[in-house]
Design a protein. Structure first.
Length: 574
């Protein structure tokens, strides 16, 4: 738990949820004792009330840990917040180094740099507003398709403003698409902020530096980053002649359009949903929402092909005026080699289990995610409460252990639900783990859970959860919400209602049990069925991996794009 309870506290203020490895270093290696908060948590409070709140924490020692290189740009923001805490001692921890004191004079210089960055941020805002106004009135460039025998270079552009630990489905998606293009014969030039993660060494990479100092309000950094990234990218890829530019659409970012036009290369845009919608419904509503929406519209207008991962997203694009001829849809995928459970020995698995105090005979129900509002981690926590209240004797002898792998916005709510000491023997929270370690964590689970919930505005669930496909490839039985694409992928598997009413029994080729989205009772019953049927768990895991291998590899995902590269029936440039 991260709540402040003592009268005087040692507090760590992180830029983002820290990884489990970094937390372990701070507490075990440096022997620091602290509770922690993140900037994201503080953003839930108004600017007017924030200084008083920080003062009320009565902090004696404030740590400002910087886990990644990109965190350094946020140090002026952290230092400014530190001024309001009234802390007697302020210590900065650069990555895995010893704490160093931050003196008041240095804080003043950080505040000054923050003010300058914020002034430039407003200039960048006006510049981008004018540029977007101009781009919205231009037609997309014309291009000619490559002959079917040629496979040239694809410039993969990850131009969004990324901060913090790079974990989760987005990282898996990026690496999956890049590596699949390489395996299918394309040359990849990968241009991104930060070091590549899980990208094949066969890709030619160009790392773009991040902003040196962030501005306030934080959204201004999106538009400063647009200008910064475009300038650096032009320098790093000067002389490149890509056949296509493939870009992942990001909040407030339209660098891909500028590069497409200047390099006269057709733009393939990956659309995973409106980031403006996500900010409004799952995060904090944007201060400059109109400008962010303009950036989305410009990207969609100038893209020659838009790649999306679900039917609701395809319908959303059509509703936004995009002709179906410029849209290709295929669900997300998985690298089945990375998530092959045979990669890990029994000894490896036992070591990881023992790291968290889990016995070999316990049945581990695993949840992997960034604790977003749509992930349903709170529903899983409530299902344990339900089991305790209604199936107390069963729970005592079940050998059940819930393993929550990840961190994020909803973690504190989950911890609050499970705060009773009664639930401690049944739960483990690992914190954030790197995407490169996710496969091993899934391998130690007996069942994997995807308890996603519907969108709170009643719109269709538009996701294509990468974790679902990773679950399948891990060869584990799945408990999942019967929600849009999740239910489509697992079509034919029994629902809890069917099992409960004896209309269906668990079969060897059933890779999952489906629950009513948001139903705590359904999820609790599905857990009981899975725990009580060990033979089904084994057979279901085999069926799950077979499904991943047959339908949901990243090669099959990018394979749906390849006809566009050579098909001359439709002119996608119009």
């Amino acid at each position: 738990m991260n709540e402040i309870k003592d009268h005087s506290q040692h507090l760590a203020l992180f830029c983002h949820p820290p990884s489990a490895e970094f937390l372990s270093y701070l507490k075990d290696e440096l022997k620091l004792t602290f509770t922690y908060k993140t900037i994201g948590e503080l953003r839930q409070r108004s600017l007017i009330s924030l200084p008083q709140y920080l003062r009320s924490l009565n902090i004696s020692t404030l740590y400002l840990p910087l886990e990644t290189e990109s965190d350094k740009a946020l140090l002026p923001v952290l230092a400014t917040l530190a001024l309001f805490t009234g802390s007697q001692s302020i210590m900065v921890i650069n990555s895995k180094k010893s704490p160093k004191p931050l003196y008041r004079a240095r804080i003043v210089s950080y505040v000054f740099s923050l003010v300058l960055a914020s002034i430039y941020g407003n200039v960048a805002y006006l510049y981008c507003w004018a540029e977007l106004y101009f781009l919205k009135r231009l037609q997309r460039i014309h291009f000619h398709k490559m002959p079917s025998t040629e496979k040239g270079e694809i410039l993969y552009l990850l131009a969004g403003l990324w901060t913090g630990s790079r974990t989760g489905g987005a990282i898996a998606h990026i690496a999956g698409v890049v590596n699949a293009f390489i395996r299918t014969g394309w040359n990849i030039r990968y241009v991104a902020t930060g070091k590549p993660i899980m990208i094949s060494p066969e890709a030619e990479t160009a790392e773009i530096s991040t902003l040196e100092t962030y501005a306030l309000p934080s959204e201004l950094n999106l538009y400063r980053h647009n200008i910064h990234f475009a300038s650096k990218a032009y320098q790093r890829i000067k002389g490149a002649t890509p056949a296509y530019i493939y870009a992942r659409m990001a909040l407030g970012n339209y660098v891909c359009v500028k590069l497409s036009r200047s390099m006269k290369a057709p733009l393939i845009l990956e659309y995973n949903g409106s980031e403006v919608w996500v900010a409004r419904h799952w995060g904090n509503q944007l201060r400059y929402e109109t400008l962010a929406r303009s950036a989305e519209e410009v990207c969609l207008r100038h893209a020659h092909l838009i790649v999306t991962v679900s039917e609701p997203l395809k319908r959303d694009l059509i509703d936004r005026g995009i002709p179906p001829s410029r849209i290709v849809f295929h669900p997300n995928g998985v690298d089945t080699d990375i998530f092959d459970p045979e990669r890990f020995s029994i000894i490896d698995n036992q070591a990881l289990l023992s790291q968290y105090g889990i016995e070999e005979d316990e049945i581990v129900i695993g949840f992997v995610g960034t604790f977003g509002r749509w992930h349903g981690a709170d529903i899983l926590a409530k299902s344990l409460v339900h089991l305790s209240q209604h199936y107390h004797q069963w729970l005592k002898i079940s050998n059940l252990r819930l393993l929550f792998i990840g961190d994020g916005l909803m973690r504190k709510e989950v911890e609050e639900i499970l705060r009773s000491e009664h639930y401690a023997p049944f739960t483990v929270m690992t914190g954030l783990v790197g995407q490169d370690k996710a496969a091993h964590y899934m391998a130690i689970c007996d069942v994997l859970v995807s308890p996603h919930v519907p969108n709170n505005d009643q719109s269709p669930f538009f996701g294509s959860p990468t974790k679902l496909f990773e679950y399948l490839a891990s060869g584990k039985p799945i408990i999942a919400s019967n929600l849009d694409q999740i239910g489509d992928v697992l079509k034919g598997c029994p629902t809890v209602k069917e099992l409960r009413n004896s209309h269906r029994t668990l079969q060897d080729d059933d890779s999952a049990i489906l629950t009513e989205p948001g139903s705590v009772e359904d999820l609790a019953d599905a857990i009981r069925y899975a725990v009580d049927n060990p033979l089904w768990r084994t057979n279901a895991g085999i069926a799950a991996r077979d499904l991943a291998l047959s339908k949901y590899t990243w090669e099959k995902h990018v394979g749906h794009l390849l006809p566009f590269f050579t098909d001359t029936k439709d002119d996608h440039s119009k």
